[in-house]
Design a protein around this ligand. Structure first.
Ligand SMILES: [Zn+2]
Length: 172
């Protein structure tokens, strides 16, 4: 049997950093992606940021398990230094959790469309109503005044199924 590995590309990886720590975190991740093992002072000068700010950011990202460090003795500097790297596996985990949430939402949406006959005026900007709601409104759309008609959800369910299949393939 083929063994699937959950994998996100560099762009996906960077977007996780942006999501969790803003633009500065993304820039920092870009550097560590190409040059793992950079010291705090090296990162600070490359990013043109204050070293204290860099340290704070690194520790924030470390708490989220997105970066890790190795403490090593730097012979040139003759002192112990932190060398930072991305924790790619952990990042994969964060993305995996988000994908699972999206899949869950899609499954709920699917169930909603499968169990309820929905009524809609056909206007893109207007929402759809379940039977009881449509009845309350005398089958007249409260937003545009259009007639609420039975909504055929076949196409929508097909798209939801497609998305779910894509996500499940990633999560396998
Ligand atoms: Zn309407």
């Amino acid at each position: 049997m083929e063994d699937y590995m959950f994998y996100i590309d560099a762009e996906g990886l960077l977007s996780v950093f942006r999501l969790m720590g803003g633009a500065e975190a993304e820039e920092l991740a870009k550097l560590l992606l190409t040059r793992p093992g950079m010291r705090e002072d090296e990162l600070a000068s490359a990013l043109q940021m204050d070293v204290k700010r860099v340290r704070k950011l690194l520790h924030q990202l470390n708490e989220l398990s997105l970066v890790a460090y190795d403490m090593v003795v730097d012979k040139e500097l003759n002192k112990r230094v932190f060398r930072w790297r991305l924790q790619q596996e952990q990042v994969q985990g964060v993305v995996k959790t988000q994908l699972k949430r999206i899949a869950e939402r899609l499954r709920m949406l699917k169930k909603h469309y499968e169990t309820n006959q929905l009524y809609w005026c056909g206007n893109q900007g207007c929402r759809k109503y379940i039977f009881d709601e449509a009845l309350d409104k005398f089958f007249k759309c409260p937003s545009c005044g259009g007639r609420l008609m039975v909504f055929d959800s076949t196409e929508l369910l097909r798209i939801v199924d497609e998305k779910l299949a894509e996500i499940n393939k990633l999560l396998e």
